[in-house]
Design a protein around this ligand. Structure first.
Ligand SMILES: Nc1ncnc2c1ncn2[C@@H]1O[C@H](COP(=O)(O)OP(=O)(O)OP(=O)(O)O)[C@@H](O)[C@H]1O
Ligand SMILES: [Mg+2]
Length: 421
């Protein structure tokens, strides 16, 4: 089979990033051939607030990524996140089509479809249905029931839903640019794909993506996604606090924040926070000179981080899996680079904490191996699996949606054509 080109757009509150990769059948690696990130416009806390603004930003990012890749982008996976995301776990039961024989793929698909039949408000849409485990004739904990003998097949699924209006707005932005959406992917799930190890997922872990305007969470128990949500706080709040605390503009506060780690690394004793740091080299309009690092890190940033961790803690408690995550928290997203992230987190959460950066990609990757691009890289990693496996549920859901919305049959045919090698 030929190499596959996969493209994705990460719609963030701080940046819009377009990425293009090649997945070959021979190697397990995903090779990045195009990438461009541009400051975001028209997005707040994961919600689209201005379609024209976001369309312009996406257009710029896509054009530049296309130029780098030397390849026209047509089909894209797209990230969705923010507090409009909700999740639930649903159970499906079916009788095996051949009670004397083996369970076949069609039985599995029917079981998942049964689990999918939940009643949700018409303002929401299902964007993900992930099997967590199967039960065959009462035997639980089965990861793949195909080929087993059984009469009764049950499946536990994790379902993620999102605001219909927000998804429609994203679709509109893409259609204005002549792009086809091949799947909405929850930003937290994409980040988890990029930074978590299989061992962490098996043991139980919480992925926390702290972006500019929101924080996405994905909680894994026994290797399966068990809870997803998003809270409306992000690293922009820290910038606001620095602006208020040091009486500077938001632009200056952001500049100071982005340089703090560099100042700490330059210091002779990085753990001693009493020293002053000299901000004059940032050439801020406010002409700031020496300021106390302790004042910024302990007085301004730490209280905000504490508050963010308390909200994360509440979210983990709400999931009812708080005692099932011994691997603790893996923090990613641009906000993960905030000074004091690990120390404050360990204190508030009482759990192991590490910072996660994307792995498992090659090519033009230097810039991408940064927590800020966890969702961006994850979209490709998650997306390419869905292109490779043609019977995958994401594709199936998408086909159903196209048919449900009454689109012409030709469009569905076109859509199917892209999966034929
Ligand atoms: N080195 C750094 N130190 C501190 N903060 C940083 C650093 N680099 C990036 N950030 C912060 O991370 C935030 C952006 O993160 P990210 O790119 O993950 O957001 P986003 O994906 O655009 O937004 P969202 O996911 O909330 O929609 C900004 O607030 C930025 O200030
Ligand atoms: Mg993000």
């Amino acid at each position: 089979m030929a190499d596959k080109i996969v493209s994705a757009i990460d719609i963030g509150s701080s940046k819009i990033a377009t990425i293009v990769g090649i997945k070959s059948q021979e190697s397990s690696d995903l090779r990045i051939i195009g990438f461009h990130s541009t400051p975001s416009k028209g997005v707040k806390k994961g919600l689209i607030v201005d379609i024209d603004d976001i369309t312009m930003a996406v257009e710029e990012s896509v054009e530049k990524a296309e130029r780098m890749a030397g390849h026209k982008i047509n089909n894209v996976f797209i990230s969705v996140g923010g507090p409009h995301i909700a999740s639930l776990n649903s159970h499906g039961v079916v009788a095996a089509s051949n009670p004397q024989g083996e369970i076949v793929e069609e039985d599995v698909n029917r079981a998942i479809e049964a689990a999918r039949a939940i009643s949700i408000s018409n303002t929401r849409e299902i964007i993900e249905v992930l099997p967590r485990e199967y039960v065959v004739d009462g035997q639980a904990g089965i990861k793949n029931p195909i080929g087993m003998t059984g009469i009764r097949l049950e499946v536990d699924t994790h379902i993620i839903t999102a605001s219909h209006t927000n998804l429609k707005n994203l679709e509109r932005c893409l259609s204005e640019l002549g792009l086809t959406n091949v799947g909405f992917i929850f930003a937290g799930l994409a980040s988890a794909e990029a930074v978590l190890t299989d061992t962490e997922k098996e043991l139980g872990v919480v992925l926390v993506d702290i972006g500019g305007g929101k924080t996405d969470l994905c909680l894994y128990v026994d290797g399966a996604l068990s809870h997803s949500s998003s809270i409306p706080v992000g690293a922009k709040h820290i910038t606001n606090d620095i602006a208020v605390g040091l009486r500077v503009s938001l632009q200056s506060a952001e500049k100071i924040k982005l340089n703090l780690l560099r100042y700490v690394q330059q210091k002779k004793d990085p753990f001693k926070k009493t020293q002053e740091i000299n901000l004059s080299d940032l050439r801020l309009p406010e002409n700031l000179g020496e300021v106390s690092l302790k004042q910024i890190s302990d007085g301004i940033i730490a209280p905000r981080l504490e508050e963010m961790y308390k909200l994360i803690f509440e979210e983990v408690e709400k999931s009812s899996y708080a005692s099932a995550v011994p691997s603790g928290l893996v923090i990613t997203g641009g906000g993960a680079l905030t000074i004091g992230m690990i120390e404050t987190g360990k204190r508030v959460m009482g759990m192991p904490i590490r910072i996660g950066s994307p792995t498992d990609v090659s090519g033009l990757v230097d810039e991408l191996l940064n927590p800020q691009y966890a969702t961006t890289v994850g979209l490709l990693l998650y997306g390419q699996q869905n292109i490779m496996e043609e019977t995958n549920w994401k594709n199936f859901n998408r086909i159903l949606r196209e048919v449900n919305f009454g689109n012409p049959v030709a469009k569905v045919k076109d859509f199917l054509k892209q999966f034929i090698p």
